[in-house]
Design a protein around this ligand. Sequence first.
Ligand code: CO
Length: 135
Amino acid sequence: MAKIKKINHVAVVVGDVDEALKFWQDAMGIQLHHLEDVPSQKAQVAFLPVGESEVELVKPTSDDSGVAKFLAERGGGMHHLCFEVDDIAGMMAQLKEKGVRLLSEEPQVLPGRKMVFIHPKSTGGVLVELYEVTK
Ligand code: CO
C-alpha cells in the first residue's frame, strides 16, 4: 500500500511576491530560499523551506492559467496542499478504488518528480497535489 511521507509544500497564490515576502519572510521569519520561473505552470514560484516542508508563493506570469484565474477571482490565498508519497501510481490506484477523482489519468512527469492533482470535489474543497520525488 502506497504511503504518504510528509507534507511537501503548501502553495499560496500571490499577486506580488515582494509584497507577500513582507509577511512570510520579514514578519514570520521564514527565509526565501530561491525564486524560480516555472514555464510549465506559467508561474514564478518563491520557495520558503519550513522544516522538511515548504511554503511556495506562486505568482501567475500569464493571464490564462488556473492560478491566474484563482488570483483574479479570489485575490490570492491558499491554493493547494501537496503530499509527498512513496509510490504515486500505487496511491492513484488506491484512491481511484475508493471513488476519488483525479485531475489526470497519468501523473505528470517533471524533472525530479511525478505529480498529480486530486479533484477538490473529492476532498471537501481542498485542492490536493501528490508528489513522488524521483531523484
Ligand atoms: Co504544488
